[in-house]
Write a protein that binds this ligand. Sequence first.
Ligand code: BJ8
Length: 432
Amino acid sequence: MSESTSQATDYRRMWADLGLDLAKHDALLGALGALYQGTYLSQPNRPQAMQYFDFVMSEVHGLRIRELLDARAAGRKVVGSFCVFVPEELVLAVDGVSVGLCAGAEFGTEAAEQILPRTTCSLIKSFWGFTLEKVCPYIAASDLVVGENTCDGKKKSYEQLAPLVRRLHVLDLPQTKSEEGRRLLAAEYRRFAAELEALSDRRITAEGLRAGIGRVNAKRAALARLARLRAADPAPISGLDALLVNQISFYDDPERFTASVNALCDELEARVAEGRGVRAKGAPRILFSGCPMAVPNWKLPALVEGAGAVVVGEESCVGERGLRDLVDDRGATLDDLMDAVVDRYFRVDCAIFTPNPSRLDHARQMASAYGADGVIHYSLQFCQPYQIEGALVERELEKGVLPVLRVDTDYGTGDVEQLRTRVEAFLEQIAG
Ligand code: BJ8
């Protein structure tokens, strides 16, 4: 048997042992492979260093899952989550492994709609579809799944998730940036820390948490370096590739990922110095603002870049909202460090907060820092927090005479042609 055949056999055994439905999982991987080929591998002028991220994607249900299972066999715990409010620093402090769970593709919608109303956003339907149809190896490999009381759809649907996962912990998150809100977040992170200690049978120490903070800070610093390089004109990397790197940050081993992002940035710095980019200098520059885009939700950036523009930033949780701000690691005690973790996460300006003015400031700052010619506000249909806040973002940015296009869409392909027409008209408006 050749090495690749034996590896494929090994993966099939691994997926079967995890309880996946192999036929449905094959269908999912087939569709994902074709989408990746058409969206990513056909792009012109890609940086060489993207090869690492292509490799990660090719092994996202293979080698990475094998690594998670090896970690479990060595006694480490795998913690799966759906939200940037789940602090990876705490998971690392008990020597755990943090992974994002599948929520970016339309799969198992019919099964999901047995539980959820049709008027639920694609992201929630997606994680339910993946779970019910048994095609997500990440949730199957997780010792603990962490939900969060953010929007109503997530909050209410987690109530029914417990029987489908090994162990579920739901974080209660504040909805206001008040003193009471901060106290709630601090109490909830301490309750989460206790859950992790019970799960792993390890104590969180100041040294352990400081080390976890250092590893996540290094990852965020590398992603911030990548974000800054996108300010150059011509942009040295496509928005699709930069988005992919951000998406992979939720799955990959933190050290290996950080080193790979820094290697990519070295190459991009050389490109910027030579004036080389993925598009000609002066190509229209678009900033995205809105809902997170999880793998493989590439529909809108692919349309924008297919029309000749370049996406230069994402004001989103899979993007700058998720990566900005490092945790201060100078505290002497465990309490100091826990407070620093709370301080950092309390600054995340998700649209579930009311009011949420810092998000408008961040969108404005990013548009200016990255030289955006226009902003596309992206909401998933039925996502009330972002759909409603979208009007505010539009008003605020248009005051500064920046054109804004508001798009509400889902994970389906039924609206692609209509979106293409709207995006092309928007780019013409910008050019005019
Ligand atoms: S911190 S943005 S990752 S909650 S799209 S499920 S909001 S109805 S994803 Fe999010 Fe955390 Fe906030 Fe970020 Fe609900 Fe909207 Fe669906 Fe959403």
